[in-house]
Every structure is written in structure tokens, then in C-alpha cells.
Write a new protein. Structure first.
Length: 140
């Protein structure tokens, strides 16, 4: 009798356990929270001016020095003002989920597809990147 009840219990646990399902993956927006929004806002405030130099470097490769000077003055200044504006907005509103009920960045983020019109989540880094072992530019 004891053996039969033990087998029945084991079969019941195994059967019920096979029906139990859980989502062990993290939700889609798990990486965006209030602290990331605050750090993104502070980075945009601190390094938003780097957009001017980043625009010059990008335009210099494509259009030459004269085109880069004009792009740096106009497009770079516009991108810097937008970046600093988003930095102020995100620092002021960091405790609240503002963009579609989440902490995601509110700006157009297509930088990898079209770098002229999209913004990266954080401001661009100027100079040599020592953390990576590959080149940012293909010069062939």
C-alpha cells in the first residue's frame, strides 16, 4: 500500500509538473529603467557637444573638408542642441516612465541604419576606442 501511494504521488507530481509553464526570459524592456534613463540624460548633458565633432568627422569622410565645415556648423550644432534638450528632459523626468509608458529613449533611434538622422542611446565617443579590437571605419 505504501509503495502504491508513493508511485501514485510520484506520477501525480510528474504529471502536474509537466503542465506547469513559466516564462524564464526577461521582459522586452528590462534594460531600460529609471537609473539608465538618468545616466542617459546626464551623459547627453555632459557629452552632447560631441555631436559637433562627430558630425565633422563623418562628413569629412564623405564630403571633404569644406563640406565638413558647413555640416559641422549647421547639422552638428542642431544635433548638439537636440541631444542636450533630450538630456534636460530625461534628467527632469527620470523617476517617471514617460515614453509610451516605459523608460525607453524618446528620440528616433535608427543610428545603425542611417547615422545622419538617428541618435544613439548615448552620446558619441570622440577619439580612439581602446575597448574594442576592430576598426570603426573601413578604409578600403
Amino acid at each position: 500500500m505504501k509503495k502504491r501511494s508513493l508511485i501514485t504521488l510520484a506520477v501525480a507530481v510528474f504529471t502536474l509538473g509537466s503542465f506547469a509553464q513559466a516564462d524564464i526570459q526577461s521582459p522586452p524592456g528590462h534594460q531600460w529603467n529609471w537609473s539608465r534613463k538618468l545616466s542617459r540624460g546626464l551623459a547627453n548633458l555632459t557629452y552632447g557637444g560631441a555631436e559637433v565633432l562627430n558630425t565633422w568627422v563623418r562628413s569629412n569622410r564623405e564630403n571633404g573638408a569644406h563640406g565638413a565645415l558647413a555640416d559641422m556648423a549647421i547639422e552638428g550644432s542642431k544635433r548638439s542642441v537636440v541631444r542636450v534638450g533630450y538630456g534636460i528632459y530625461e534628467v527632469v523626468t527620470f523617476p517617471f516612465p514617460t515614453y509610451k509608458g516605459t523608460y525607453r529613449p524618446p528620440y528616433y533611434r535608427k543610428e545603425r541604419i542611417d547615422p545622419w538622422f538617428g541618435y544613439g542611446e548615448f552620446s558619441p565617443q570622440i577619439g580612439f576606442i581602446s575597448q574594442v579590437d576592430y576598426s570603426r571605419v573601413q578604409g578600403w
